[in-house]
Design a protein. Structure first.
Length: 299
């Protein structure tokens, strides 16, 4: 019990944080899939009031709401509210916007190219971090998406969402997805600054990590982002390249599985990296052989 709340983590990828506080249950990122929806509905059975707090617009973090969880709760007479961070709320509600914001291709939300094919989710209220959500604290952790929030529970557990990935995800993807990797680096600094007052950090995809051990994970995430930025500077220092060519080289050098969905994710992260490197004056866009190509600026 902390701050009038009992806090627990339901394991999964993403993990779900559940805080039961004075008659209201706060559910942070319920995850995806009908099985998960059923599991959480069972756990929340008999609750008078449930508040679902979504950290960002990616389908795997909230699809369970529309895949049976909302119907099961409201059908059992539970009052349900769904909250999402202001900048991401439109894409939580509208899967077409979600796909566009993630990949910059207006693909059909049911396209087999997408890792998750999720429906729209009703959002009852947008919150703008930093903000209090009942006894929880929403912390701005953008970069992975425009408006991602981390959620600090009263027991000192920070649900870091996808601002921080577990070691296995870093190994598998090489370059973890971030809309703007430079902003994601700043968010890692925010988590690092919070460590002294935290008990534990929960990456969405990874194990619950005691705060004293989280520094290593922060460093590993920082290293993965920095490795991609360095790789881009190195490759575009040799010759001007377009974002698809850079993604192909990044995938090959980082050992990512070369399938279409994975390359699409990497290319989106490469574009985010190019945007932030150009903001820093480290790369410039030019037209080479008729295509948009990027070249490192020699210092
Ligand atoms: Zn995500």
């Amino acid at each position: 019990m902390a701050g009038g709340c009992t806090v627990e983590v339901v394991r999964g990828s993403p993990a779900t944080l559940v805080a039961s506080c004075d008659g209201t249950v706060y559910v942070v990122d319920p995850g995806h899939g009908r099985k998960r929806a059923k599991q959480l509905a069972k756990k929340l059975r008999g609750s008078g009031s449930v508040v679902i707090v979504v950290t960002h617009h990616h389908s795997d973090h909230h699809a369970a709401i529309a895949e049976g969880l909302a119907d099961a709760l409201t059908g059992a007479g539970t009052s349900l509210r769904v909250l999402a961070p202001e900048a991401d709320a439109p894409a939580v509600a509208d899967p077409r916007l979600r796909v566009l914001a993630t990949f910059s291709y207006p693909l059909d939300p049911s396209s087999p190219l997408l890792p998750f094919r999720a429906p729209g989710v009703r959002v009852d209220e947008a919150y703008s971090p930093p903000a209090s959500v009942g006894p929880l604290e929403a912390v701005p952790l953008p970069g992975h998406t425009l408006g991602q929030a981390g959620i600090l529970a009263p027991d000192g557990t920070l649900y870091a969402a996808d601002a921080l990935f577990g070691e296995r995800v870093l190994e598998r993807y090489g370059a973890p997805y971030h809309l703007d990797p430079c902003v994601a680096l700043e968010s890692l600094g925010v988590i690092e600054g919070m460590l002294p007052r935290l008990e534990a950090v929960q990456p969405s995809h990874g194990p619950l990590t005691p705060a004293p051990e989280a520094q290593g994970l922060i460093d590993a995430n920082r290293g993965a982002i920095q490795a991609l930025l360095n790789l881009i500077l190195e490759e575009t220092g040799r010759e001007p390249l377009d974002s698809g060519e850079i993604a192909a080289r990044a995938a090959s050098r980082l050992g990512a599985v070369p399938e279409p969905g994975m390359l699409m994710l990497i290319e989106a992260t490469v574009r985010g990296s190019l945007a932030c490197l150009s903001r820093q004056g480290l790369v410039e866009a030019r037209v080479e052989a008729g295509r948009l190509a990027w070249r490192a600026v020699r210092g």
